[in-house]
Ligand binder design. Structure first.
Ligand SMILES: Cc1cc2nc3c(=O)[nH]c(=O)nc-3n(C[C@H](O)[C@H](O)[C@H](O)COP(=O)(O)OP(=O)(O)OC[C@H]3O[C@@H](n4cnc5c(N)ncnc54)[C@H](O)[C@@H]3O)c2cc1C
Length: 699
């Protein structure tokens, strides 16, 4: 993937020279020839000479001599230590699956995937209080029931709103219309999520699981897009599956890929990429699909790239993605609620938890002692013992959502729904450094907001135009757009999507629900000369119809009479993408906590990426397994980043089919190509390189 322009070669070769220098230096040092070795040799010589001058030089020589002796002794001790280790070494796998300091271990493969853990010790004496009823919280309750084998009636879900599901919504609001603030792109390697949903019974088909249903649906009706982007009011932009990255752009991405997490703390994407990436089709796909803005976290960008490396080829046409049949409230949340209610779990709505009070014991344990909350506005407390486990969803991307409607913008006196999640986290965070830094994520809504809108129509002119673009009939019940269609030249950077219809079970046969969103909410539109955040549903419809390619003279009447659009402004929708460093997100189980864990998108778990359903479910699994000592591995984040096949494939795909062997490599690497190819000739390495298009045979 060493692929860049001449200018870049120069600066890159400097970096290579530096790193080569470092390697050379280390090598020389180890063998006694390097800087340290030379000094030592010089000092040796000096010590052997009889003409030792008095004064400073002598003192220096004595000191140097002493250093040599100390260093020699150290080396000797080290050598001994290594020799001892080698002599005592035993090949064994014992201890490989021991729990880490958080009480969990990671596993992979299907041996553990199908295993059921034994009932954890003492679980019948324990109970759980779960703050929130989003996917993370419900998943925690499900894992407590299924794997922890905790009695359902010992589990209490405390939710600020009057409805469960959190960000995973989907509802018909009689005063507004259909609303879904988001739609979930999902994939086959959501390891914890599928581990959960294999056990949740479908509420549609008796005797099958939610996973069965989902699996069959996506097999029968696989997702892919036939038009990823449009320009000039509804024309196909013909991005045609290409990334259009320059060599320098590819190099910037690969450099980020190789960068250590620590080196990306508090850095933005703008700090690591320039226009070589930002002007590419890759960046259009990436930022519209994952909702990254240029000022977001470079660390998160890297983690995403690594996490989804196996899907690089599926990015341009969304063939990497899978979707539920209905909106996720109906397809995921409702089956979980039914499962939990059947198990006896209690749900307490309109209960805002305002604080959890901790006590620190002499041996360094942190024990949650009291939950403070407001039930229907009235303050109350729940006393806790170490047998009461507390799970808190800290932060929410849909916190403070402002609801507009077709004739009102989501501003002014529009309805705002708040759960108090930031206050709760802040109140917890002041009690201990290991509880994170909420202000890092929730302090700059200019950088964390965007807006979506749910558009509902049965107008034939609009539906015909949709069909022209996405090349599928929206009313068949099958895949329609196959992921978002981005309007490349939209000032708002608008994208829209139509998932399988009806997205709502109760939707009328001829109705089509469209999800529209824009990344830039504070600039004027191309048709509507207003920022999106100030627009009514009708005005957002006008802008969308314009980019759809509806004749401009037809736009006002269609937008007014033929469509119902509900805008939802989400001030914190990308709060988790804000630049951060270690410690800003608390660990799922912060050090020392014995009956407390965090859940969701603002808790830290290694290698996974936020803004995904998987992340919330993973934190839930880790929290439950860790606090209850459930004896089963948590499936590790899919290890594609360690899979040489995926790395080779993605390298070629990122360069739109080119092999790194066909481009100019920096410095001495270029000269190594031929000898390397010769060396691997006839070996399995040659076969691997051929299978993954690094060696491309001339046809
Ligand atoms: C627009 C949008 C698009 C998305 N796209 C995708 C996608 O393509 N793919 C994907 O996998 N994921 C996607 N997601 C992300 C996914 O839906 C969320 O990450 C996930 O649902 C979050 O679940 P959670 O339980 O962690 O948090 P939330 O769903 O935010 O739940 C938090 C819950 O806790 C409650 N709560 C908070 N504080 C308190 C308190 N103090 N007291 C009582 N209750 C409280 C809240 O009311 C809420 O119900 C998207 C989300 C949105 C909004």
């Amino acid at each position: 993937m060493y692929n860049f322009s001449k200018k870049r070669i120069n600066s890159e070769s400097k970096e290579l020279t530096n790193s080569h220098f470092m390697l050379y230096w280390l090598y020389q040092t180890e063998t006694g020839n390097g800087a340290r070795g030379n000094i030592a040799k010089g000092e040796n010589k000096m010590a052997n000479k009889n003409h030792v001058k008095l004064g400073v030089a002598a003192a220096a020589a004595v000191a140097a001599g002493a250093t040599v002796i100390v260093s020699k002794n150290k080396k000797e001790a080290h050598r001994k230590e290594v020799a001892e280790k080698v002599n005592n070494f035993r090949n064994t796998e014992r201890g490989r699956f021991e729990r880490n300091s958080k009480g969990i271990y990671y596993s992979n493969g299907n041996y553990e995937a199908f295993a059921r853990p034994l009932k954890p010790d003492g679980v019948d004496d324990k109970s759980a209080y779960i703050v929130g009823s989003g996917l993370g919280a419900l998943a925690a309750a499900c894992f407590l029931v299924r794997d922890g084998q905790m009695k359902g009636e010992h589990i209490h879900v405390l939710e600020a709103m009057d409805i469960p599901g959190g960000a995973c919504d989907g509802i018909f609001d009689p005063s507004r219309g259909y609303i879904m603030r988001g739609g979930r792109e999902m994939e086959n390697h959501f390891e914890c999520l599928w581990d959960l949903f294999r056990s949740i019974p479908s509420i549609e088909t008796p005797g099958v699981s939610v996973l069965d249903e989902y699996y069959w649906l996506n097999k029968k009706d696989p997702n892919y897009s036939l038009c990823r982007a449009t320009v000039r009011q509804g024309e196909d932009a013909h991005t045609d599956g290409k990334f259009n990255l320059s060599q320098k752009g590819c190099m910037e991405i690969m450099k980020l890929f190789m960068t250590k997490d620590e080196d990306l703390y508090d850095k933005t994407i703008e700090d690591v990429f320039d226009n070589e990436v930002f002007d590419s089709t890759f960046w259009l796909y990436w930022r519209t699909m994952f909702a990254f803005e240029n000022w977001h976290s470079a660390l998160e960008m890297k983690l995403y790239f690594q996490r989804f490396i196996h899907h690089i080829g599926g990015l341009p046409d969304f063939s990497a993605l899978k979707f539920t049949k209905y909106n996720q409230y109906e397809s995921l949340i409702l089956p979980m609620i039914k499962y939990l209610e059947a198990a006896g779990v209690t749900f307490q709505y309109k209960t805002e938890v305002t604080n959890v009070i901790f006590e620190k014991t002499e041996d360094g344990k942190k024990v949650a002692k009291t939950i403070e909350c407001k039930v229907n506005g009235e303050e109350t407390t729940i006393p806790l013992t170490q047998n009461d486990l507390v799970f808190v969803t800290n932060g929410s991307c849909t916190e403070g959502t402002i609801y507009g409607d077709h004739t009102h913008a989501p501003m002014g006196d529009a309805e705002v729904r708040t759960s108090g999640c930031w206050n709760l986290w802040k109140n917890i965070a002041v009690q201990d450094a290991s509880f994170g830094h909420p202000e890092k994520f929730c302090s700059d809504i200019e950088k964390t907001n965007w807006e979506s809108a749910t558009v509902t129509t049965s107008n034939q002119q609009i539906i015909d135009q949709i069909q022209k673009i996405c090349k599928r009939d929206p009313r068949t019940g099958n895949v329609v757009t196959g992921g978002i269609v981005s309007c490349m030249d939209s000032k708002w950077l608008m994208s829209w999507t139509i998932n399988r219809q009806g997205q709502f079970k109760e939707q009328k046969k001829d109705e089509v629900c469209i999800w529209v969103y824009s990344l830039f909410t504070d600039v004027e539109g191309d048709y509507v000369k207003k920022p999106m955040k100030e627009c009514t549903g009708e005005e957002i419809t006008q802008e969308w119809l314009y980019h759809l390619g509806i004749p401009v003279e037809d736009i006002p009447a269609l937008a007014k009479d033929e469509v119902v659009t509900v805008p939802t402004m989400m001030p914190y929708i990308t709060a988790f993408f804000m630049p951060r460093r270690k410690g800003d997100r608390p660990d799922v189980i912060p050090d020392g906590c014995v009956n407390f864990a965090f859940l969701g998108q603002f808790a830290e778990t290694p290698r996974d990426t936020i803004f995904t359903t998987e992340y919330s479910v993973r934190t839930a699994m880790e929290a439950v397994y860790g606090l209850l000592k459930v004896d089963r591995g948590v499936p590790e984040v899919w290890g594609s980043v360690y899979d040489i096949r995926e790395l080779l494939d993605s390298t070629v795909k990122l360069m739109d089919g080119k092999s790194p062997l066909d481009i100019e490599l920096p410095g001495p690497l270029n000269a190594l190509k031929l000898p390397l190819l010769k060396a691997v000739k006839g070996t399995v390495i040659e076969k691997l390189l051929e299978d993954h298009n690094i060696i491309q045979k001339k046809k």
